[in-house]
Design a protein around this ligand. Structure first.
Ligand code: KIV
Ligand code: NA
Length: 268
C-alpha cells in the first residue's frame, strides 16, 4: 500500500491542483472517503453533527481521541487531522503541547488543527518547533461562539477583513502547514491565499483558496440546517427515511425476514 500523505505533502501543494478534504468521524465514513480526499478532518463539529450539541464548546479531548482512532482505523491513504477542542489548548503553549502530543500519540493522526489567529501564533510556533504539525483556522471560529454571538460570515467590511488578514499572516509565519478559512468574503480569501505561504483550505471561502473542505454529513444531505456555503452533492436523508419505512412495513407484514434470510436446521 502507498504510504499515507503527510502534513509536508499538503504544505507542498500550495498553488497547485486544489486540495480536497472532508470531515470524517467514523471508521465507515473514513473508509468511503479515503480514496478521494487528500486529508480528512476529525472536526469538533462532531459535537453538533453526531451528538446534537448546540455548539462545539462542550466537545472534549476524549471524544476527539475516540473518533480520531476510529477514523485512523478506517483510512490508510489520506492525512488525518484532528481538531483540538475548546479549552484544551488556549491557556498556554504548554497546555496546547500536552493536548496535541496526547492526541497524536493516542490516535496516530498526522496533524492537529486549532482555531485562532494572532492570539494563537506563539502556540502554533511552539507546537511546530516540537514535532506537531498544526493546521490553522481563521475567519469564523465556531469555538468562539459565545464571544461572537452568532455563526455569521466575517471579514465583509474593511476593518474586519484587515484583522483576519493579520490573523492568517501571523499563523502562517508561525509555521502552520495549512490554514482553514471559514465563512469570509471572496476578495479576502483571495488576498490571504495570495499572501500566505501555506495552502488555504476554504469552507465558505470561495474557489480562490488552495483547497476546499465541507462537513461530510452536510454535503450528503443528512443535516437539517446548513450554511449558505454548503452544496448538497447528494440527498441521502430521504433515502434513509424511505429504507426505514420499507423495513418497518415489511416487519409489520411479516414479509421480512424472508426464506432467504432464515437458517435451516442442519441435516443429519
Ligand atoms: O469541525 C469542523 O468540521 C471544522 C471544519 C468545518 C473546518 O473545523
Ligand atoms: Na472544527
Amino acid at each position: 500500500a502507498a504510504r499515507r500523505l503527510t502534513a509536508p505533502d499538503i504544505r507542498a501543494r500550495k498553488g497547485g491542483e486544489p486540495i480536497v478534504s472532508l470531515t470524517a468521524y467514523h471508521a465507515h465514513t473514513a473508509r468511503l472517503i479515503d480514496p478521494h480526499v487528500d486529508f480528512m478532518l476529525v472536526g469538533d463539529s462532531l459535537g453538533m453533527v453526531m451528538h446534537g450539541m448546540e455548539t462545539t464548546v462542550p466537545v472534549t479531548v476524549e471524544m476527539m481521541i475516540l473518533q480520531g482512532q476510529a477514523v485512523m482505523r478506517g483510512s490508510s491513504r489520506a492525512l488525518v487531522v484532528v481538531d483540538l477542542p475548546f479549552g484544551s489548548y488556549e491557556g498556554s503553549p504548554q497546555q496546547a503541547f500536552a493536548t496535541a502530543s496526547r492526541v497524536l500519540k493516542e490516535t496516530g493522526a498526522g496533524a492537529v488543527k486549532l482555531e485562532g489567529g494572532r492570539r494563537m501564533a506563539e502556540t502554533v510556533r511552539f507546537l511546530a518547533d516540537r514535532g506537531v504539525p498544526v493546521m490553522g483556522h481563521v475567519g469564523l471560529t465556531p469555538q468562539a461562539i459565545n464571544t461572537l454571538g452568532s455563526f455569521k460570515a466575517l471579514g465583509r467590511d474593511e476593518a474586519s477583513a484587515a484583522l483576519i488578514l493579520d490573523d492568517a499572516r501571523a499563523i502562517a509565519e508561525a509555521g502552520a502547514f495549512s490554514i482553514v478559512l471559514e465563512a469570509i468574503s471572496e476578495p479576502l480569501a483571495r488576498q490571504i491565499t495570495q499572501e500566505v505561504a501555506p495552502p488555504t483550505i476554504g469552507i465558505g471561502g470561495s474557489s480562490a483558496c488552495d483547497g476546499q473542505i465541507l462537513v461530510l454529513e452536510d454535503m450528503l444531505g443528512l443535516s437539517d440546517r446548513v450554511p449558505r456555503f454548503v452544496k448538497k452533492f447528494a440527498d441521502i436523508g430521504p433515502a434513509i427515511g424511505a429504507a426505514v419505512e420499507s423495513y418497518a412495513s415489511e416487519v409489520r407484514a411479516r414479509a421480512f425476514p424472508g426464506p432467504e434470510h432464515v437458517y435451516a436446521p442442519k441435516k443429519g
